[in-house]
Design a protein around this ligand. Structure first.
Ligand code: CA
Length: 234
């Protein structure tokens, strides 16, 4: 049993208390931060198992915490926000968030989302004899959650990693956005297609010598994406 705490970053004590109660009832250890700078401090010292992140915070706002979190770690996080706008939702995922919950929310559902993220995340890391994938000069090692090209390690977010893994499993095979969404967000059927496009764009910038004419991750117009076959890489 993983006893690393879940960090609740929320400046409204009532909401923080509610989340804490539900998480602890579900068997999780928790920790609270009421502002962004305290959150960053705790993230660096404690290395929480997951972070629940409110966006509107004193000191340092949630977006900056999200970016720092992604830059410095692969700790999963869930954004909690009063902002209903779809733009924010997309921005949340592009900031590397593993999920996004809009206030007001059901604490029970929040706990379910936390469980789902941890399932995805920890399954990826502990799969038995995970298969190392090699294609396009890249090596993807699910057991070590690591992607490299030669001696260079390429840093990816969890979602980018899963996306690349899905594509590299079957070079040449077209995968629709819907298929990819199911693989990436099995508990979130309504994630919009654009989220995939945004993550593909980010992967290409990290992997392709010329992201504007991608060689490894090919677009199949109107359908989805596929990883290049060996013939195409030459
Ligand atoms: Ca707030």
């Amino acid at each position: 049993m993983n006893k690393q705490p879940i960090l609740i970053v929320e400046d409204e004590p009532n909401i923080a208390g509610l989340i804490e109660t539900y998480l602890e009832h579900a068997g999780f250890a928790t920790l609270r931060a009421a502002d962004g700078s305290r959150a960053l401090e705790l993230i660096r010292i404690v290395r929480p198992r997951l972070v629940i992140l409110d966006l509107l915070l004193p000191e340092i706002d949630g977006w900056s915490v999200a970016h720092a979190l992604r830059r410095e770690s692969d700790i999963p996080f869930l954004i909690l926000s009063a902002q209903k706008d779809e733009i924010d939702r997309v921005a949340g995922f592009t900031a590397g968030a593993d999920d996004y919950v809009v206030k007001p929310f059901s604490p029970r559902e929040l706990v379910e989302r936390v469980r789902a993220i941890l399932r995805r995340y920890e399954a990826g890391a502990t799969e038995e004899q995970p298969m190392i994938l090699r294609a396009g000069g890249l090596e993807l090692d699910p057991g070590r959650y690591r992607v490299s090209r030669g001696a260079d390690e390429i840093e990816l977010t969890l979602i980018e990693f899963r996306l690349l893994q899905a594509l590299m499993r079957a070079p040449g095979r077209v995968q629709t956005r819907e298929e990819l969404i199911t693989r990436l967000y099995d508990d979130e059927p309504d994630v919009i297609d654009r989220v995939i496009d945004v993550h593909v764009g980010k992967l290409r910038r990290k992997l392709e010598p010329d992201p504007s004419s991608p060689r490894l991750i090919r677009t199949v117009r109107g359908v989805g994406y596929r990883f290049a076959t060996e013939d195409e890489e030459r």
